[in-house]
Design a binder for this molecule. Structure first.
Ligand code: SF4
Length: 139
């Protein structure tokens, strides 16, 4: 983006990698439904999180930043007035998403029981199933 206000060293760094760096600003600062098209540029941008955080933290009102239209950002800011630093929040979320998943249940936990349903396929021929050796139905 070509906003020159409040640049910091960190700001300059992420802007260097911006996918839209060489785009004509007139094509990026569009109004209304055309902003949805501009968001496509952001989808593969490597600094999308930094860009969005910058726009939210600095209350930038116009244009598409970090893949969000001005309307979407306004709604987000209204929903979350408690957020002091979007940069910190989004960075923490990104780190959490990149962290390897921990198992949610201990390995010794019993396997979940399966309930037979009409759409469920039966066991292979000769296996124990509703009609197999473990079936205790009478009649
Ligand atoms: S997220 Fe979009 S607006 Fe922000 S730097 Fe990347 S391409 Fe540009």
């Amino acid at each position: 983006m070509n906003d020159d206000s409040g640049r910091t060293t960190a700001t300059r760094n992420w802007r260097r990698d911006a996918r839209c760096r060489d785009e004509d600003p007139d094509t990026l600062f569009v109004q209304g439904a055309r902003q949805r098209d501009v968001r496509e540029v952001c989808k593969a941008c490597p600094v999308r999180t930094e860009c969005l955080a910058h726009a939210l933290d600095n209350r930038i009102r116009f244009g598409v930043w970090g893949g969000m239209t001005e309307r979407e950002r306004r709604a987000l800011l209204k929903r979350r007035p408690d957020v002091v630093s979007w940069a910190a929040l989004l960075e923490a979320a990104r780190r959490a998403a990149l962290r390897p998943q921990q198992p949610t249940a201990p390995a010794s936990a019993p396997a979940p029981r399966r309930r037979a349903s009409s759409g469920e396929q039966g066991p292979p021929a000769g296996g124990s199933g509703p009609r197999g050796a473990n079936d205790r139905r009478v009649g």
